[in-house]
Design a protein around this ligand. Sequence first.
Ligand code: NAP
Length: 246
Amino acid sequence: MQVYGLMGYPLGHSFSKQYFTQKFQTEHITNAQFELYPLPNITELPNLLLQTPQLKGLAVTIPYKEAIMPYLTHINEAAQQIGAVNCITINKGILTGHNTDVIGFEQSLQPLLQPHHQKALVLGTGGAAKAVQYVLQKLGIEYSIVSRTKGEGKHGITYSDVNQTILQQHLLIINCTPLGMHPNVTTLPAIPYEYLTPQHFLYDLVYQPATTAFLQQGMLKNTLVKNGYEMLAIQAEANWQIWNSI
Ligand code: NAP
């Protein structure tokens, strides 16, 4: 039996557990199981590896996407540049880190992009925002980062700076904050939604609920909208492929 799992803390409802349990059933994969590993402290990882020698791969979530890095033997280039790992392979004691948020975001965004989506606003400055920035750079899309605190790098502005002119210049707006995520479904980033136009594209990394308060504001102004579900599913499938490539 090969074991895969998700490590993070705390782990409440898990998309990954549901996704892989269903995948193993529908694809008749009988030699694999997916487990949840809520680790109160990252220092418990070596013990987990010792106790679970069948473990072949782990998905990594909050709060360990950065803290995991010193435990890894190799880190692939994208994960290194972003400074965050959300997928690791385990092979004879060798741990290799990857970032598949990048794959999920790029593959779900790219088919929807239109020629006028040349500048983006990235809302939030966490690990997910860094993966998003990596993809935008790769696609040649200029971006500004919006933070609650000033001075987040050379592209940084705060929410109070976001006015009609800024929104006119940035037609792609990506929510990389947890605002709107279940159960806080009425919360949304503080930007002046009244200046949105049908040229805008609102992408929300939040996937639950399917229509967040942020996306609802876009729909009121006939913008293009996309939630984070496809990104999540592509990322999970990319994890599976990486785990099975060793
Ligand atoms: P994170 O590390 O907690 O960072 C989120 C960022 O959002 C923070 O750095 C902060 O930036 C901002 N923020 C936090 N609380 C806020 C608040 N109350 N008001 C305004 N801004 C706030 O989280 P993350 O790992 O980057 O993930 C962000 C979201 O993306 C989560 O909801 C996560 O579930 C989702 N996500 C989805 C996928 C997917 O596949 N769909 C993948 C990864 C993450 P400032 O302090 O600079 O304002």
